[in-house]
Design a protein. Sequence first.
Length: 143
Amino acid sequence: MSFIKEFKEFAIRGNLVDTAVAFVMGASFGKIVSSFVDGMVMPMIGMLTGGVDFNDKKWVLKDAIPEVKDAAGKVVKKAILEVSVKYGSFLTNLIDFIIVAFAVFLVIKAINKIKKKEEAAPAPAAASSTDQLLMEIRDSLKK
């Protein structure tokens, strides 16, 4: 089975044990991966794209409007917050997820390999026909 195919099956399968392990690993490994992505991967990607900081990338759907006050300090017009789609932080989090999922996949793959080795352990050799006959004679003499 190819490595990529096995990863796809892992991602689609949804086994409870795999999910539990993924949750624990994701929680404990998440900060390390976020630090790695924010501190190493995204600066390199930003450098390749001309110094772009992806955490600041967004599509502004509606600009913010500041609060307007009259001379007495009474609010004439309330402030309106900016409405935007922050796709840069989404891309950063997507890269985080892919790295964590791949690391968990490698752990599960190692566990499955160990399980297969345990299952494939040879059963004790069956007694030969001569030994079987001698055991039957012994058992009948004990009666």
